[in-house]
Design a protein around this ligand. Structure first.
Ligand code: ZN
Length: 286
């Protein structure tokens, strides 16, 4: 393994989690209040944490939010990595690789498999040259969210254990398999996850790469724990840690001073995030 991979915060956090049998929460931040609240939560819980951004955040804030988060993460006193979720545009990958990311998801899953693998390998190399770790999506997870291309028109493909080898060969550090998980909201039936598939993928991966679970909106704690037991080290969460924040905004906007609205919003993020850090078992591990 390349020397820089030994010290890359993202790789280290996930490797420790895999060895320790716990999960790491990977939150999505949309603004500075959330970034601040997530970091406070990690400090309070003495927990490792991954803060992710959608490409939307780079485009909207011209990299400013990412730089601010990276600076704060460095000074947090607990391991926090900064990750770019679902970068589907090669133009944006070029730009993102110059920002202070510890890890980038090279998501070429909207291409057919051969093209996906070829492009993934190219961008993994590009990121690695800048000491940035990578994540890729073998197969295709259904649905879309917040600026990430909706793949509903494309065929969802469950990840096969054989694809694990093909993607490991590209040099990625983390795989995001499709095993019945969906981006956005689940239908009335709720999540129908293929745990047998996830376990098989884990055993094929054989600790060469870490596994990320995407699409956890509405998951009860037991389901998240089951994903971790089946082999997931990185647990992507969006609404699970932000629901209270949005409820607070909807209920209180215009009814209190703006400064108080912001302060109480941060508190909502901290409290709900700490709860999830405890659920995945990472609290106290930093
Ligand atoms: Zn995702």
């Amino acid at each position: 393994m390349a020397d820089w991979k030994e010290t890359n915060t993202h790789i280290r956090i996930l490797r420790d989690a895999e060895a320790g049998g716990y999960g790491v929460v990977a939150v999505i931040a949309y603004n500075i209040e959330q970034v601040y609240g997530f970091i406070e939560a990690a400090k309070v819980a003495r927990s490792p944490l991954i803060i992710q951004f959608f490409p939307w955040a780079i485009q909207t804030f011209d990299g400013m939010l990412v730089r601010a988060a990276a600076e704060a993460a460095k000074n947090a006193g607990v391991p926090i990595s900064i990750h770019l979720d679902h970068c589907q545009s090669e133009e944006l990958l070029q730009k993102a690789a110059e920002l202070p990311f510890d890890s980038i998801m090279v998501d070429m899953s909207h291409y057919e498999k051969e093209e996906n693998i070829r492009k993934t390998a190219h961008w993994v190399r590009h990121c690695n040259e800048r000491h940035i770790a990578t994540e890729a999506e073998p197969g295709r997870i259904e649905g879309g969210e917040d600026g990430v291309m909706d793949t509903a028109g494309l065929k969802a493909c469950m990840t096969t254990p054989e694809e694990v080898d093909e993607f490991v060969a590209t040099g990625v550090d983390t795989l995001a398999p499709a095993f019945g998980n969906v981006h956005g909201e689940y239908g009335p039936q709720g999540p129908q996850l293929d745990f047998e598939r996830l376990e098989k993928i884990r055993s094929y991966a054989n600790r060469r790469v870490r596994i990320a679970v995407h699409g956890t909106n509405g998951f009860p704690p037991e389901l998240v724990k089951r994903c971790i037991a089946a082999g997931a080290s990185k647990v992507n969460v969006n609404r699970l840690v932000l629901d209270d924040y949005y409820d607070h905004l909807y209920a209180s906007a215009g009814k209190m001073p703006h400064t108080k609205l912001i302060e109480e919003g941060i508190e909502k993020v901290v409290n709900l995030t700490v709860k999830w850090l405890e659920i995945v078992g990472s609290a106290g591990k930093a």
